[in-house]
Design a protein around this ligand. Sequence first.
Ligand SMILES: [Cu+2]
Length: 151
Amino acid sequence: MTTPPTAPTRHRAGRTAILPVAALAALATLAALATAGSLWALTGAAGASSRPTVVKATETDFHIALSKHSFGPGKYTFVAVNKGMVTHALEITGPGLSKSNTKNIEPGQRTKLTVTLKKGTYDVFCPVPGHKALGMNVNIRVGSGTSGSAG
Ligand SMILES: [Cu+2]
């Protein structure tokens, strides 16, 4: 007494079996294009989400002043501005960083340095010989979002 509800779909299944080879080739091309398109979209999205935070590092003789004091993990672009009378540069050392430094910055010039900071303590200093000892040295602590009290 019961009639199977899926009976009409059998006709469609029969038709797909006689699709020409050309149509199958077209489908394969479409699939390839779709894959390429989604990959492109993924890389595009990743690039937009990792826009670095800009931190100004003003260098004088012999001090470094940062425009930001509370750091969370992420990408940062340090803009080192030499407002002193002698040549300076900027170097950052810490977790995950190796040889992250700018070239020499002449008085009045500025240079950018983009780094990815992880949780931990970093050293921001001037690598010109002698300058770090003269006071061009700032330690920054990268926390997990909550900023502690500055000692
Ligand atoms: Cu210096």
